[in-house]
Design a protein around this ligand. Structure first.
Ligand SMILES: [Fe+2]
Length: 229
């Protein structure tokens, strides 16, 4: 994915998010050289992997297969082990119309996926079989705003603005926007995108970036490579 395209998506995403009255935190707007200069002060941001995360899952077809994410807050894995402290995380995301976030499950993370506005958010759901794969036959039950819903294997759950679903670890899910782009909130357990995503198809989690112009803002996946200690 070209950096120029990432920069474009980042600006379009920022405008879309603001159009709903949601404003991202100050660190969203730091330039790369500012992050480099203030890297010691910003260690908490870099270590928790807060910030921009624009992914085409390494497949180079962002419009069909991709997701815009911004991690607003993220707790500590050690706190989770300890059972107290900062055990939670929050993301703001955009699924464009007919843009697929591919079928995956999480090992540790429970997540509420919330339609914050725009089109309908459609999720395809499976439960895990004994080996952890999507069960092609078993029904899948999820909580939707306090109400339990049971769907057939691969059933589609459609969320209107304001509606949400709780996805516990092991529930397989893919999702996309229908009718229009969708602003999505995610409230979850501590998030580690390096280890906690299991995809059904063998794909990556992050985009491979081709540097054709300077980055407007660093992506979370740039931190290790582009910030020197
Ligand atoms: Fe997920």
């Amino acid at each position: 994915m070209k950096r120029s395209r990432v920069n474009e998506i980042l600006q379009e995403g920022d405008a879309f998010i603001r159009s709903f009255g949601y404003v991202m935190p100050p660190f969203a707007y730091f330039a790369p050289d500012e992050m480099q200069r203030r890297r010691h002060e910003l260690a908490g941001i870099v270590e928790a992997r807060l910030g921009w995360d624009i992914t085409d899952y390494g497949q180079g077809r962002f419009d069909e297969l991709g997701l815009f994410l911004f991690t607003v807050r993220n707790g500590r894995a050690e706190d989770l082990t300890r059972g107290s402290g900062m055990l939670y995380a929050e993301k703001i995301m955009i699924s464009r119309q007919e843009q697929l976030s591919p079928m995956h499950r999480h090992v540790v993370k429970a997540e509420d996926i919330i339609n914050r506005g725009g089109g309908k958010l459609v999720l395809e759901l499976f439960t895990s079989d004994a080996s952890g794969d999507p069960d092609p036959e078993a029904e899948v039950s999820v909580m939707t705003d306090g109400i339990s819903r049971t769907l057939p294997a691969g059933g589609l759950l459609s969320l209107d603005p304001g509606e949400s679903v709780t996805l516990l670890p092991g529930v397989w899910h893919a999702f996309w926007g229908e009718g229009a782009d969708v602003l999505i909130g995610e409230v979850s357990t501590v998030n580690d995108d390096l280890t906690d995503n299991v995809f059904r198809e063998p794909i990556g989690r992050f985009a491979a970036i081709e540097e054709d112009e300077p980055p407007l803002h660093l992506l979370v996946s740039d931190y290790e490579r582009l910030l020197t200690r």
